[in-house]
Design a binder for this molecule. Structure first.
Ligand code: HEC
Ligand code: HEC
Length: 340
């Protein structure tokens, strides 16, 4: 009797192992890629040859990311809308910027975590990389409403900032506007969040529970991977409302790029970044999953399938880099005064 139980347990164990091993293979074949476990490999992947990273630049970029004085009001920093404590987003359907302005296209603030892995930045993919993107929000009226002139005067009025730029860039003299966005982008490149899912793809078959593995299988089998792939499980330009129009398409004027393509958002940390879609009109994850099935794949996902996918998506919650809120250098007599 004991022997039978033993051999049944062994065969169950073997089946679960075989399932996990072939699932890893299937996931990789369908285009899913893990965040590399080795720091050296990861560092190479997140680097930009035109924006070399050093510790001085990363610290400076982090300070600027948190500095609200880069905005006209003196109140709004990158972290206001891309809150690193809130999954890199702000939890609102549309972002709210200078003078409490709701985004004119009713666009939701996307997360900055893992954005480094995208092939294009912004919902319509207009920016090729983080360096190009970072100059936009500082100057955009409904966002931070500042200007190149203001930013250069501001930075150059604070000796500690000037000194930090010189150290980061090995430069001397006035700090140009472009370096501000570049330093911020260097910091953003480090906002990567490895999860148990990565451990699983990297070969640790116990890193995901059997239920999560089943969810991953459903995610692959249903075809979500045709757009949510790569390291970010997103990041490329794809059609939206491919088979049926999105049910909240009327909210806001966003219709994708000139060809109607939309940059696929990452699914990493998706449980932390509700509400969903470019206009934030869907509040809960199961509804977002079902809507995707309907509009992108032309299928009605059952409650059970939706639940399986949701359980898998939860395993994409990653470990955030630990960040100490920076002490920012004080303004000086030369710093432009902010008057409300
Ligand atoms: C008022 C809210 C707000 C502020 C402040 C803000 N952003 Fe954004 N951010 C947004 C919104 C909304 C979008 C999407 C805009 C679009 O796609 O046209 C966005 C897009 C992005 C993206 C692209 C991410 C993706 O998924 O494509 C990055 C990166 C980013 N912002 C970084 C920054 C940085 C760096 C700062 C500070 C210099 C900043 N943002 C300030 C609201 C904000
Ligand atoms: C044909 C490409 C395509 C397929 C297939 C697809 N998606 Fe998407 N997905 C997108 C695009 C594009 C968006 C962004 C749409 C928007 O907000 O305008 C998106 C958005 C999402 C979002 C919301 C993300 C956020 O941050 O707001 C979730 C969740 C999601 N997809 C899950 C899934 C699941 C689960 C499946 C499979 C059932 C799936 N998707 C299939 C392209 C696709």
């Amino acid at each position: 009797m004991k022997r039978i139980i033993k051999s049944v347990t062994l065969s169950v164990l073997l089946t679960t192992q075989t399932f996990a091993i072939s699932l890893i293979d299937e996931a990789k074949k369908s285009g899913l890629i893990a965040i590399p476990a080795e720091n050296k490999v990861l560092n190479k992947l997140i680097s930009n040859p035109n924006n070399y990273m050093n510790q001085a630049k990363l610290t400076l970029g982090m300070m600027l990311y948190f500095d609200p004085r880069l905005s006209k009001s003196g109140l709004i920093s990158c972290n206001t809308c891309h809150n690193l404590g809130l999954g890199g987003s702000d939890g609102m359907s549309a972002s709210v910027g200078d003078k409490w302005t709701i985004h004119p296209k009713h666009l939701n603030s996307p997360t900055v975590y893992n954005a480094v892995f995208y092939t294009r930045q912004s919902w319509d993919g207009r920016n090729p990389d983080l360096e190009d993107q970072a100059h936009g929000p500082i100057q955009a009226k409904p966002v931070m409403a500042s200007s190149k002139e203001y930013i250069t005067t501001f930075i150059n009025s604070i000796p500690e900032y000037v000194d930090r730029f010189h150290k980061a860039y090995g430069s001397t003299g006035e700090i140009p506007f472009e370096q501000v966005g570049h330093a911020i982008a260097a910091f953003e490149r480090t906002l990567v969040t490895p999860s148990r899912y990565d451990d699983f793809l990297n070969g640790n078959i116990k890193a995901l529970t059997q239920t999560e593995q089943k969810g991953l299988k459903t995610f692959i089998d249903k075809g979500c991977v045709s757009c949510h792939n790569g390291i970010a499980l997103g990041g490329t330009m794809q059609p939206f409302g491919l088979l049926t129009p999105y049910k909240h398409i009327e909210a806001g004027s966003f219709r994708g790029d000139k060809n109607g393509m939309v940059r696929v958002p990452t699914l990493r940390n998706i449980t932390e970044t509700a509400p969903y879609f470019h206009n934030g009109k869907i509040e809960v994850l199961p509804e977002a999953i079902k809507e995707m099935g309907r509009i992108q794949l032309g299928i009605e996902l059952s409650d059970d399938e939706t639940n399986q996918i949701e359980i898998f998506l939860k395993s994409l919650e990653g470990k955030k880099p630990s960040i100490v809120y920076p002490a920012l250098p004080a303004s000086t007599k030369k710093t432009p005064k902010i008057s409300p």
